[in-house]
Write a protein that binds this ligand. Structure first.
Ligand SMILES: NC(=O)C[C@H](N)C(=O)O
Length: 450
């Protein structure tokens, strides 16, 4: 199988630049565990895919290589491929590969999948190894899979879903087993039949904001109809803390990014000379080299792009003594409430808790909601990205960040309807470790709408 690799997942035979001037000349001495597992399975890594710098962005416009154009649209209608794994989604949509690796911190696999009309799986947090994946926000980062169809996504996931002792956040074999048992027990009620009778699907009311485009509403409606026709029971549910998820995400992700990216000083990490030569087209003068502090300042000023620098500043502030209680701690509290919202509606118990009484009989096996509030927007002019564009980009993640904060698996599947606005994705979210369940539902939906 031919597989593309996002440019923040290390390969020893190709550069890993994170689409950043800071790592423009970086070649890893080793393969990431996920790349290694793919190669061992006989897959060929066909190349590295463009992305937003260090995974920060929703439109794949923040990259030293320029933006990614969405191949699902005609050439006279230039649209964003979504971000940050836009290159991976576009490569699959354009038929360059059967699948591609991406990373998803707050929606970076599901959003581009939705915009480009491909399948995008963000596994449970800790399910796929992150050894050799360049860190953005460690408590949220997941390796994900973009694929032509659900079956390929599932096969790639099965190849990669292994405990890795080199990654301290990799879920233990015991936790995996516990989750698998709970999930299979619940699937038995409906999987043995050809239809989905017995499956309870939650439709969360908070995932239908006023800003939802008519195309997205139609896409979800179509999927829900397909599920009902197959015998599933649709249950309206509420996840009341959803409206706070986006703010909590951007505080936490930026705080972790500011800490993670502190290592790029142009001396130990990141190449000062390469950055200077690339950006200024000159060799640095002895004066520029100056003190260690001026070396760090020059490297970081020139090596990072605008969006990354913005997040470092925001995150550093959120972690400062003045702001810590009001921003960082509050965001952590919200994250706990958001996690609890999901626990309250799922029938499958949370395997990460020692004891957890799952939702009563009116709970649900999985949730279905639109992946994005709109279809792929026109590509903004990267030379004149305004603050408004930047906030607009953050809002693209509004429906994907809750599952990220809760560490839950979610898969975005294309809804039918080659409408003029382009592809629409619909997401299925399950309890931690229930990838098999959400992929099984996705397969049925895919079959129904094909
Ligand atoms: N990395 C991600 O999941 C993308 C998210 N839009 C962000 O900029 O943080």
């Amino acid at each position: 199988m031919n597989i593309g690799d996002k440019d923040n997942i290390c390969t020893k035979d190709m550069p890993t630049t994170c689409s950043s001037a800071m790592l423009a000349d970086y070649w890893s001495p080793f393969d990431a565990t996920v790349v290694d597992l793919l190669r061992q399975s006989g897959a060929g890594i066909i190349g590295k895919a463009n992305c937003d710098e260090f995974g920060m962005g929703s439109l794949n416009v923040h990259s030293i290589y320029g933006p990614v154009v969405n191949p699902a649209f005609p050439t006279d209608d230039i649209r964003s491929a979504g971000g940050s794994s836009g290159g991976s989604a576009a490569a699959v949509a354009a038929g360059l590969c059967n699948a591609a690796l991406g990373t998803d911190t707050g929606g970076s696999v599901r959003l581009p999948a939705s915009y480009c009309g491909v399948v995008g799986l963000k596994p449970s947090y800790g399910m796929l190894s992150r050894w050799g994946v360049v860190s953005f926000a460690d408590s949220l980062d997941c390796v994900g899979v973009l694929a032509k169809d659900v079956d390929i996504a599932h096969r790639v996931f099965n190849t990669l879903s292994k405990y890795d002792g080199q990654d301290s956040t990799s879920a233990s074999p015991e936790t995996r087993e516990k989750a698998q048992r709970a999930c299979e027990e619940h699937m038995q009620s409906w999987r043995s039949r050809r239809d989905l009778a017995g499956l309870r699907i939650g439709v969360p009311q908070e995932y239908f904001p006023a800003s939802l485009s008519p195309a997205s509403v139609d896409g979800v409606r179509e999927m829900l109809r397909a599920l009902r026709e197959r015998g599933a029971t649709l249950v309206p549910v509420s996840l009341p803390n959803t409206p706070y998820a986006l703010s909590a995400y951007y505080v936490l992700a930026s705080a972790e990014a500011s800490s993670n990216l502190a290592r790029y000083d142009g001396v130990q990490y990141g190449s000062y000379i390469a950055i200077t030569a690339m950006c200024l087209h000159v060799r640095p003068t002895p004066h520029q080299i100056g003190t260690p502090a001026s070396t760090y300042a020059l490297s970081r000023t020139q090596g990072f792009g605008r969006e990354v620098k913005k997040r470092i500043l925001l995150g550093t502030y959120a972690l400062s003594a003045d702001a810590f209680d009001n921003y960082f701690l509050q965001a952590q509290r919200l994250r706990n409430l958001i996690r609890q919202d999901f626990r309250d509606v799922f029938l499958v118990p949370d395997p990460l808790l020692l004891s957890h009484s799952p939702a009563s009989v009116d709970g649900v096996h999985a949730l279905v909601h639109p992946s994005a509030v709109q279809t792929a927007p026109p590509l903004p002019d990267t030379n004149v990205i305004s603050e408004g564009d930047s906030l607009g980009a953050y809002v693209q993640d509004i429906l994907t960040v809750p599952a990220s904060l809760a560490g839950l698996p979610a898969v975005s599947v294309p809804a039918r309807g080659k409408n003029k606005q382009g592809p629409v994705g619909v997401s299925i979210v399950g309890q931690w470790g229930c990838e098999a369940m959400i992929l099984e539902i996705a397969r049925v939906i895919e079959g129904s709408v094909a």
